[in-house]
Write a protein that binds this ligand. Structure first.
Ligand SMILES: [Cu+2]
Length: 280
């Protein structure tokens, strides 16, 4: 090979070395940029969490979006025929529709950064007691020693925000938690609480037991409704690790609606109705 033929190659190598050298001197190599990159000061995650629909006795669905762009993805999904069909087939089950993507990042100049992929989770939750559909809240005396089964069905939906179309719907394998009911004990596992709805006597101490290998928490407002007290008490268990439990006493009439903050998009929530009057 003649020297002349090598000139382009030498030129290319020289350019690479020169550019590389300049980048090294000026600290602009990608690795160096990454080292100095501070996500907390340079980009902030913008959340304007919006609850779009809360459950009613006629329609047990809860719909929310983590921000305004995710809400657009939600509307695109809700207009899709296949999605409408999935939602219609969940009659009598507790349905959660959560728009969890895109996550909005706010750059230094206030510009919003996000990609055009929206993600919606549709989750149906339902329970059985001794094989019968559990629809009316029972108390622990009625549930004791019976077999509880909690089911969860999740669909992952992706949306193209530019084309305004649903690009994919995937069905996750159904999750099932099965256990025997014990007095004043609520199982937290498989991203579900079981029993999810229960009536207790005022003065009951309730235990949440994590029978799964993921942490869960119990977060909500205990709304006292008694004549003496109308207090609203925030309750937060902190993380309950695997095989651990957490206890809380409900001493006054009222309602405690709670959820697990890490699995709210799966509809991991529950209600405790506290009453001092006889329940049987
Ligand atoms: Cu959880």
């Amino acid at each position: 090979m003649k020297f002349k033929e090598l000139i382009p190659l030498i030129a290319i190598i020289s350019i690479i070395l020169t550019v590389g050298g300049i980048l090294m001197v000026t600290n602009l190599l990608p690795e160096q940029l990454a080292q100095r990159y501070n996500p907390l000061s340079e980009v902030s995650i913008r959340t304007d969490y919006r609850v779009i629909k809360t459950p009613t006795p006629q329609d047990n669905s809860f719909i929310y979006a983590i921000n305004s762009i995710a809400e657009k993805a939600l509307h695109i999904a809700q207009n899709d025929t296949s999605i409408k069909q999935i939602i219609n087939e969940q009659k009598d089950k507790a349905v959660t529709i959560a728009a969890i993507q895109p996550i909005l990042m706010e750059g230094k100049n206030g510009k919003l950064i996000y990609n055009n992929l929206g993600q919606i989770l549709i989750t149906a939750n339902w329970q059985y007691v001794d094989g019968k559909f559990y629809s009316n809240a029972a108390n622990f005396d009625e549930l004791q020693n019976k077999i509880g089964q909690s089911h969860q069905h999740v669909w992952k939906v992706f949306v193209d925000l530019n084309k305004h179309t649903v690009t994919s719907i995937s069905e996750e394998p159904e999750r099932v938690m099965r256990d025997t009911f014990k007095p004043n004990l609520i199982y937290a596992g498989g991203n579900m609480f079981m029993p999810d709805t229960v009536k207790v006597n005022a003065g009951s101490m309730i235990t949440w037991f994590n029978n799964s290998n993921l942490p869960h928490n119990v977060v909500g407002i205990y709304k006292k409704t008694g004549s003496g007290s109308q207090q609203q008490i925030p309750v937060d268990s902190g993380f309950i690790e695997s095989n651990r439990s957490w206890k809380y006493s409900f001493n006054d009439d009222g309602v405690f609606e709670y959820h697990c903050t890490i699995h709210s998009e799966d509809g991991m929530k529950g209600i405790i109705i506290v009453s001092s009057t006889s329940q049987l």
